[in-house]
Design a protein around this ligand. Structure first.
Ligand code: SAH
Length: 334
């Protein structure tokens, strides 16, 4: 009987184990592409965003420029180049701290970002003025899934590469999502914990955080677990660690978590609107004029990042700032 299978593993535990193996053994970027890998302009714009934020915070020094889940280090390398050129005083004041669990990716990052300090988690990053960046970090954190069955709930487990369900505690199920019989409701506890911890820091120290990720502005019920291998969707329950597992980020939920933890919140805004407001196309045209041979590739990259039918609409941006800090650029302030 599946329901009593002793080797069944709760989905979040399976996902955490699978992704730890995956990131330790694969070059993830053979299996999927992220915004910073599409074009240098992405990291440059994020770096200039951080520089403007630093100025608006009153130019604290020292200041921590942190990134969670930096992958190949491309975003940070592009951001630092733009910062040092445009606002050298920020370049001189900042210390780079990277939150990364994969030893393999840490080695790749070390080659690109000399002088960075690594952490397994946010808790060990020193408590100081902070500007934190995270692109496609929250979507890689492990989720739980609950299934509406009659007037109760079950939780999804994985056993021998197959789904199985066990009775759930109703108190574990996130409230407020309409769910009919058989509907799935997702919960990303580490993402909520991470955002709450960042928000709490921003109440103690001046700073801001920028989360870029994929998901609808407000999640409905549904299964968003996705596995990619070789840039194609595969069965997420196949051999643990053979594919990258991600799930939609619930931006409305995380915005509420951040507010409840005391920070001011801007967004979610679409990635297309955010990058366009910060001059993606102007910057791309300027780069293209300097390198005519690359002009069409540069324009193509910019469109892929910002067009609604590519990454411009599904990808969202959520920003947090210290209570009382000036509004952050590129996002509406509500
Ligand atoms: N930001 C990069 C990489 C995204 S892939 C980019 O946009 O290209 C997800 C990243 O998060 C990888 O670097 C992965 O090793 C890291 N990661 C996943 N789970 C993590 C965790 N629990 N703590 C710290 N880093 C984690």
């Amino acid at each position: 009987m599946a329901a009593t299978d002793p080797v069944a593993e709760r989905l979040d535990r399976f996902m955490a184990r699978a992704n730890a193996i995956y990131y330790a053994t694969h070059d993830p970027f053979a299996d999927f592409t992220t915004s910073p890998e599409i074009g240098q302009v992405f990291g440059e714009i994020v770096g200039l965003w951080a520089a403007v934020v630093w100025q608006s915070l009153g130019r604290p020094a020292p200041v921590i420029l942190a990134e969670a889940g930096p992958g190949r280090g491309t975003l940070m390398a592009d951001a630092l180049r733009a910062i040092r050129r445009a606002v050298p005083a920020f370049g001189a004041a900042l210390q780079v701290h990277l939150i990364e669990t994969s030893p393999r990716l840490r080695a790749v990052q070390a080659a690109r970002i000399p002088g960075a300090v690594w952490h397994d988690e946010l808790a060990s990053v020193p408590d100081a003025p902070l500007i934190l960046l995270a692109n496609e970090f929250l979507d890689a954190l492990p989720i739980r899934q609950f299934v509406r069955r009659g007037d109760g709930w079950t939780e999804r487990f994985v056993a021998g590469g197959e789904w199985t369900e066990r009775p759930a505690f109703a108190g574990d199920v996130p409230p407020g999502r309409a769910a009919g019989d058989g509907d799935i409701v997702e919960l990303n506890e580490p993402a909520r914990g991470f955002v709450a911890a960042v928000a709490a820091r921003l109440c103690r120290q001046p700073g801001a955080a920028l989360f870029l990720d994929y998901g609808p502005a407000r999640s409905a019920a549904g299964d968003s677990l996705q596995a990619l291998a070789d840039k194609r969707p595969v069965n997420p329950l196949a051999v643990a660690g053979s594919a990258d597992l991600t799930a939609h980020v619930d931006f409305a939920d995380l915005a509420a978590v951040a507010r409840a933890s005391g920070s001011a919140v801007q967004g979610p805004e679409t990635q297309g609107a955010f990058l366009s407001a910060l001059g993606l196309f102007q910057r791309t045209e300027r780069l293209a004029r300097g390198q005519p041979a690359k002009a069409s590739a540069l324009m193509q990259a910019a469109r892929r990042l910002a067009d609604p039918e590519a990454m411009g609409q599904l990808f969202k941006v959520l920003a947090l700032r210290s209570p009382g800090a000036p509004a952050l650029p590129g996002l509406g302030d509500r």
